[in-house]
Write a protein that binds this ligand. Structure first.
Ligand code: BG6
Length: 604
C-alpha cells in the first residue's frame, strides 16, 4: 500500500506534505515525491528510498502564500522502485498521485500511445494523468474531464490530481483504497490515506466512500457519489488525543510496541470483563442467532490470530470454526451458508484481500463481524458489527501489540459465545476471566528475559533455516514466531506443528537447523517434548521456550511460572517477538521498515 497526502491553502505546503508523508511512511517506503502548484507553475521532487532522501532533495525548495500540493510514499506494485516510477506522475500540465491498482491500465496505455502519448514510467498510475489530459481536450472543463476519466478506470484507487488549468482546485476520487478529507475553521483542505497526518492540522474529518469523487477549492468541497449525484460530505470530529507515536527512547517502534502490550491488553479488557461475564456493548447477541459455524478470514499476522481463535472457539464455545487465508478464499468460489458468522480480522481494516472477502460474505447474505484496530476503517464501516482492539497506533510493520490484543479479544469472544451456547457454566467463565485479568502482568517484558535473549541471539544468525514448532494453539503461535523472524531478519523460517516434523521436515535436521521449540507445561507437554527430542537426536540446534527446564536444549528461554496454558501462550509470544527483534538488530536491519513490506496492503 502507498500513502497519499494533499493540501490546498495558505500554509507552508511543502512542510505539510512532507510531515504528512512522514506519518504514512510505514505504509510503503521504497520511494516518495511531492508536486506543488504555486502562481501557475509546478515544482516537483521525487526520490528513491526512505523519505529522508526526499527531505534532502527539497531542502532548498520553499513555499509561501497560497498553493496546493500532492504527495506520495510508495510501495511498488507496477514498476521497480525507481525515481521515474515514483509518484507524482506528470502529464503535460498536470500531476497525479495514486494508491491502489488500475487493472485496465494496459489497454488504456496502448490506446494513448497509439495517439502519440509518451509514457515515462512503468507504472499503472501514469495512465490516469494522460487519460485526464486527453479528456480535457473534449470536455467543457477540467472537472468534467476528471469525472469522465474516473469512469474509465477499473480497479482500486485513491487519487489526487492537480492541473495548471485550475490553479485553485484539487481533484480527488476514492474506490477501494482509503481517502479522507480534513478541515478546520480556516479556508484550507487536507487529504490523507489515514487520519494520523491530519492530527494537529484538522478538527474534523470525512471518510470518503467507494465511488466518491469531486474537487475542492480553499472555500468549497464538491462531492459526488458513484452515480454522479452531488452530496454533502459528512464530517466527524477528529480526536486529537490519538498518541502520535514517538519512539520514547526505544531503539525501534517495534520494541516500544512490544513493551506497550501489557498496557494495551489492559485497555482491551477495560469495561468488557465483569466477575463472571464478558460484555461487548458493541455487539448484539442477535448476531449469533441461528449461527452454527464461525468462519475467520484474514492475512499475515491477523491470520495467525484467527488460527489461534479457532482452537478457543471449538474448545470453549463448542462451535464449528473454519479459518481462511483471505487471498485464497477470494477466488475459491467458496460455499457460504447463512448459518455462518463471517469474521474478518485486520489491524488496519484496509487490507484489500480481507476487505474483498468481507464484501463477498455480505453479498452472500452472511452476518459479518470485524475485529479491527482502526476505528472508521473501511472494514469497520462495512461490517454488521465490529470489535475494536485497543492497541493504539501500530507503526512497526511487523505486527506485535495488535496481535496480542486480537488474541485477547478472541479469548473474550469465545467465552461470550460459550455463554450464549451454554457450553461453559458461570464458574468456568469466571475462572477464565480471572486468568484473563492476569495477562497484562504476564506480557510485561522482564529485563532479565530481554537481556538473556539479547545474549543468545548471537548464536542464531547464520544457520540454514529455522523451524518454530508447537502443538495445539502453540502451532499458530509458532507460525507467528516464524513470520516475525522472516519479516525483519530476512532469514528463512517455518512454523510447523511439532507432531508433523517426523513426517518430512525432520530431514533438514542438522546443527545448522535452528529449532525454536514451544513447550507449554499445561498443554500436551510430554507430546511436544518427545517431538523436540526427535530433532535433538538428529543434532538440530534447539532453543526451548518453557517454564520447565529442558536438558536437551542448546539454549533455554525461561518464562515465568503460569497456571494456565494461555498465560504461557502470551509469555512465549513476547519471547518470540524479542528473539526476532534482537536477531534482526544484530543483522543491522531496519526493524520498523523491513524491505519489500508495508504495514497493510491495499491492493490485491
Ligand atoms: C501485511 C503486514 O502487509 O499485512 C502484516 O506487513 C499484517 O504485519 C498483514 O499482518 C495483514 O494486515 P492487517 O492490517 O489486515 O492485519
Amino acid at each position: 500500500m502507498c500513502g497519499i497526502v494533499g493540501y490546498i491553502g495558505q500554509k507552508n505546503t511543502k512542510e505539510i506534505l512532507l510531515s504528512g508523508l512522514k506519518e504514512l511512511e510505514y505504509r510503503g517506503y521504497d520511494s516518495a515525491g511531492i508536486a506543488v502548484l504555486q502562481e501557475g507553475s509546478f515544482a516537483s521532487y521525487k526520490a528513491v528510498g526512505k523519505l529522508v532522501n526526499l527531505e534532502e532533495k527539497t531542502k532548498e525548495f520553499t513555499t509561501e502564500g497560497f498553493a496546493l500540493g500532492i504527495g506520495h510514499t510508495r510501495w511498488a506494485t507496477h514498476g521497480k522502485p525507481t525515481e521515474l516510477n515514483a509518484h507524482p506522475h506528470l502529464g503535460e500540465k498536470s500531476y497525479v498521485v495514486h494508491n491502489g491498482i488500475i487493472e485496465n491500465y494496459a489497454e488504456l496505455k496502448k490506446e494513448l500511445q497509439t495517439n502519440g502519448v509518451t509514457f515515462l514510467s512503468q507504472t499503472d498510475t501514469e495512465v490516469i494523468v494522460h487519460q485526464f489530459e486527453k479528456n480535457q481536450k473534449t470536455s467543457k472543463n477540467s472537472f468534467e474531464a476528471f469525472a469522465k476519466t474516473i469512469k474509465e478506470l477499473h480497479g482500486a484507487y485513491a487519487i489526487l490530481l492537480a492541473t495548471k488549468a485550475e490553479e485553485e482546485t484539487l481533484f480527488f476520487a476514492k474506490h477501494g483504497s482509503p481517502l479522507l478529507i480534513g478541515i478546520n475553521s480556516v479556508d484550507e483542505k487536507y487529504f490523507a490515506s489515514s487520519d494520523t497526518p491530519l492530527i494537529g492540522h484538522c478538527t474534523s474529518v470525512s471518510y470518503l466512500e467507494d465511488g466518491d469523487y469531486g474537487y475542492v477549492t480553499p472555500k468549497e468541497i464538491a462531492l459526488f457519489d458513484k452515480n454522479g449525484v452531488k452530496k454533502e460530505a459528512r464530517f466527524s470530529a477528529l480526536s486529537q488525543n490519538k498518541l502520535l507515536a514517538q519512539k520514547e527512547g526505544y531503539r525501534f517502534f517495534m520494541e516500544k510496541e512490544i513493551y506497550e502490550q501489557s498496557v494495551v491488553i489492559a485497555d482491551t479488557l477495560m469495561g468488557r470483563v465483569s466477575e463472571s461475564e464478558i460484555i461487548f456493548d458493541e455487539l448484539d447477541a442477535l448476531l449469533f442467532e441461528g449461527i452454527n459455524e464461525i468462519k475467520l478470514c484474514a492475512c499475515g499476522t491477523s491470520y495467525h490470530s484467527a488460527m489461534s481463535a479457532s482452537y478457543l472457539f471449538e474448545r470453549y464455545a463448542k462451535i464449528k470454526t473454519s479459518i481462511e487465508v483471505a487471498s485464497e478464499f477470494r477466488y475459491r468460489e467458496p460455499i457460504m451458508t447463512k448459518d455462518t458468522l463471517f469474521v474478518a480480522i485486520s489491524q488496519s481494516g484496509e487490507t484489500a484481500d480481507t476487505l474483498e472477502t468481507l464484501k463477498m460474505a455480505k453479498a452472500a447474505g452472511l452476518k459479518t463481524l470485524v475485529i479491527c484496530n482502526v476505528d472508521n476503517s473501511s472494514m469497520v464501516r462495512l461490517a454488521d458489527a465490529s470489535i475494536l482492539t485497543r492497541a493504539g497506533i501500530e507503526k512497526g510493520v511487523a505486527s506485535t501489540k495488535a496481535f496480542a490484543t486480537q488474541i485477547t479479544v478472541f479469548w473474550m469472544l469465545a467465552l461470550y459465545t460459550a455463554k450464549l451456547r451454554d457450553s461453559l457454566n458461570k464458574e468456568q467463565i469466571a475462572s477464565h476471566i480471572a486468568t484473563l485479568r492476569e495477562v497484562p502482568s504476564h506480557v510485561k517484558v522482564s529485563d532479565e528475559m530481554h537481556e538473556r535473549i539479547k545474549r543468545l541471539s548471537k548464536r542464531y544468525l547464520h544457520g540454514h533455516g529455522f523451524f518454530f514448532i508447537g502443538r495445539d494453539i502453540f502451532y499458530p503461535l509458532a507460525l507467528e514466531g516464524a513470520l516475525k523472524l522472516k519479516e525483519i531478519s530476512y532469514l528463512h523460517a517455518e512454523g510447523y506443528p511439532a507432531g508433523e516434523m517426523k513426517h518430512g521436515p525432520i530431514a533438514l535436521a542438522d546443527p545448522e537447523l535452528f529449532t525454536i521449540a514451544l513447550l507449554p507445561k499445561h498443554l500436551h507437554y510430554e507430546k511436544a517434548k518427545s517431538n523436540v527430542e526427535e530433532l535433538s537426536a538428529r543434532d538440530s540446534t534447539i532453543c526451548a521456550i518453557s517454564q520447565l527446564p529442558f536438558e536437551k536444549a542448546d539454549d533455554f528461554i525461561e518464562i515465568s511460572p503460569c497456571e494456565h496454558y494461555m498465560l504461557e501462550f502470551f509469555e512465549m509470544m513476547v519471547a518470540l517477538q524479542l528473539l526476532s527483534l534482537e536477531i534482526s538488530i544484530r543483522l543491522g536491519n531496519d526493524v520498523d521498515m523491513p524491505r519489500n513490506l508495508a504495514k497493510s496492503v491495499t491492493v490485491e
